[in-house]
Write a protein that binds this ligand. Structure first.
Ligand code: FES
Ligand code: FES
Length: 160
């Protein structure tokens, strides 16, 4: 029996339906990392300030540390583990490699998910993306190692 502090939810995570029993206070970030063992998504600040925990929720980028997992019931979630398809890197992942767009790599999963979300937003709006626009729209993702110029170049390359 499920207690009043827990809820059963179903999430489609990286294309697979997952049934979870969740503490109502558990964040989506902790559910992904600790219950589903998808540790690609990183916990940086845990306060919505660094973007390390960015995932795609129903296609939109969110800071998963700020989302209560129970509110995502019935949603689709894409984490960095779900970006590559059939062993082939997502174009954004390949561009990050090509442009040496990471150093320690801690922020990289969030940067990748954010970039994929950003590109989808721009495509849906029919917008072209230049470097200043990418910088602005990726500004919620903090990299402490100085890989920014490479990250921006990688995203602009995929956008063009
Ligand atoms: S860990 Fe979520 S924004 Fe920093
Ligand atoms: S590569 Fe180190 S924080 Fe981004």
């Amino acid at each position: 029996m499920i207690s009043t502090t827990e809820t059963a939810v179903t999430l489609e995570v990286n294309g697979t339906s997952r049934e979870l029993r969740l503490d109502n206070r558990r964040t989506l970030l902790d559910a992904l990392r600790e219950q589903l063992e998808l540790t690609g998504t990183k916990k940086g600040c845990d306060h919505g300030q660094c973007g390390a925990c960015t995932v795609l929720l129903d296609g939109r980028r969110v800071n998963s540390c700020l989302v209560l997992a129970v509110t995502a019931d019935g949603s689709t979630v894409t984490t960095v583990e779900g970006l590559a398809a059939d062993g082939t890197l997502h174009p954004v992942q390949q561009a990050f490699l090509d442009h040496d767009a990471f150093q320690c790599g801690f922020c990289t999963p969030g940067q990748l998910c954010s970039a994929v979300g950003l590109l989808a937003e721009a495509e849906a709006a029919g917008e072209a993306l230049d470097e200043p626009t990418v910088r602005e729209r990726m500004s919620g993702n903090i990299c402490r190692c100085g890989a920014y110029p490479h990250i921006v170049r990688a995203v602009v390359e995929v956008a063009s």
